[in-house]
Write a protein that binds this ligand. Structure first.
Ligand code: BDP
Length: 323
């Protein structure tokens, strides 16, 4: 009896120390977008909620504006646990987790409302699970809205033929290069941070993105024509390093998931406001918004959907069925 008690007396404080150090974590959160951007604002309020709900066990430090590197570099650091959380475009997840490329296919979603209905439903959860259960090393928690991507160029693209031979920057995903090539352009992969000077120096003739990115990353200064092709509508997963995830208690994991889903809802409202105000600002800065007939762009990219779509035939049916 005496022996047992002594053992307990020795073991208990030790166990307690272990458990408490395992729970207190500082989460470094990286985002390529600047402070004040919808994703960053929603990420910050997610952190505040979590610090409160975990009684200070989880604290957050934010690194917006790409200060910790490109999305690819941030992912690599998250995989080894040097960065704990981030939000990235699904574009660069595709080459590592091919299953997610179903969302990266050109014109897979009818419009933004369709994309939102899909990510809010079972297909959205299934794709998050694919990321989590892959070799990616990251747990995918929720989605952020990245709007609709359109072409922006130095010379106007009013119809498909105008794109011929233009060098267009895309994210590092072969499917995107092939999409631009199928439209007659010349797709070139580079990191987000390189686009500004590549446009300035004429290394590229254009790029493609949503209005808030066109505005906040200053690309509009060297690309004044915005052709509303709507060829990609990419949702953006919020991910946590698996190394970090496994350090969390089950309760903490539940809270993190819940807070990430709340951030998904909050960001959507912020996104709509930001999109509208970005459009106004871009127009005021002299950017011409060009309405194009989307059909030729859609038809030109049929080969990409055919080439990549086969493994996702069932998923595509489920996506199309979502109203
Ligand atoms: C933006 C995404 C961001 C990407 C960027 C890009 O929000 O995650 O890094 O596009 O194309 O829309 O590089």
């Amino acid at each position: 009896m005496y022996f047992k008690r002594t053992l307990l007396a020795v073991a208990l404080p030790f166990a307690f120390t272990l458990a408490s150090t395992a729970q207190a974590l500082e989460i470094k959160f990286a985002d390529i977008h600047p402070a004040g951007y919808p994703t960053v604002v929603a990420e910050e309020s997610m952190g505040q909620t979590l610090t409160q709900e975990t009684n200070g066990e989880l604290t957050f430090k934010y690194f917006p504006g790409g200060v910790l590197g490109s999305e690819k570099e941030v992912i690599e650091q998250a995989q080894v646990g040097a960065i704990q959380m981030t939000r990235v475009s699904l574009g660069i997840v595709g080459p590592v987790v091919p299953d997610v490329n179903v969302f990266n296919m050109p014109f897979i979603f009818r419009d933004q409302a369709h994309m939102r209905a899909v990510i809010d439903g079972e297909v959205g959860d299934a794709i998050l699970d694919k990321i989590t259960h892959s070799e990616f090393g990251l747990v995918a928690l929720a989605w952020m809205d990245g709007g609709t991507r359109n072409l922006y160029t130095k010379k106007p693209v009013r119809k498909l033929e105008d794109l011929k031979g233009m060098k267009i920057r895309v994210q590092g995903n072969p499917m995107f290069i092939e999409t631009i090539n199928a439209m007659g352009g010349n797709g070139i992969a580079m990191d987000t941070g390189e686009i500004f000077s590549a446009l300035q120096t004429g290394v590229i003739d254009g790029a493609e993105n949503n209005p808030p990115t066109l505005l906040e990353h200053n690309h509009f200064q060297n690309a004044k024509f915005y052709s509303l092709t709507g060829h990609l509508i990419l949702p953006e997963p919020i991910v946590m390093s698996k190394i970090t995830w496994e350090k969390l208690t089950p309760d903490q994991q539940t809270l993190v998931k819940k807070a990430a889903k709340a951030a998904q809802a909050e960001e959507r409202v912020l996104w709509d406001k930001k999109s509208a105000s970005s459009e106004e600002k871009l127009k005021a800065a002299g950017v011409e918004f060009i309405t194009v007939d989307k059909k030729p762009f859609y038809e030109a990219t049929a080969s990409v959907r055919e080439k990549y779509g086969a493994p996702y035939a069932d998923l595509i049916k489920r996506i199309e069925a979502v109203q």
